[in-house]
Write a protein that binds this ligand. Structure first.
Ligand SMILES: [Fe+2]
Ligand SMILES: [Fe+2]
Length: 133
């Protein structure tokens, strides 16, 4: 279970969005560290709730930006965000109900999804949000 590292190759050249991606990576790393420290740590549920809130805000901001620039794959992109929120909300419910057996699977899903999404689907809109009006 490696920690996530943001690097310049993931930049969409928008400071707000880049910072939010770094924030999502940081919260995920907190989860990994809490899990490594104590599989049953009560902090995991709290951090996961924070991550869920943070992700919702980020997706809202990102989608607003994509709408403004009339990104052609917006609908498809929104669907990916919705699926992620749904899945994380389910994990969150389980963890808060004390089902610590799902934490390992949750962290794997979270790290895979974040890496894949930021390095592919999000990078795909980089040129659209930076086009000269
Ligand atoms: Fe994003
Ligand atoms: Fe996205």
């Amino acid at each position: 279970m490696d920690l996530l590292k943001w690097n310049e190759s993931l930049s969409v050249e928008n400071i707000v969005i880049d910072n939010q991606h770094k924030g999502l990576f940081d919260l995920t790393n907190n989860l990994i560290l809490e899990y490594k420290d104590d599989i049953n740590s009560p902090l995991i549920g709290e951090t996961l709730s924070s991550l869920l809130r943070y992700a919702k805000k980020h997706f809202k901001d990102e989608e607003r930006l994509l709408r403004e620039v009339k990104y052609p794959k917006l609908e498809e992109h929104e669907k990916m965000h919705i699926d992620f929120i749904f899945k994380i909300a389910m994990f969150c419910k389980d963890v808060l109900n004390g089902k610590s057996s799902v934490v390992n699977e949750m962290i794997e899903y979270l790290t895979d999804w974040l890496i894949n999404h930021t390095s592919s689907a999000d990078l795909d809109f980089k040129n659209y949000i930076n086009q000269v009006a």
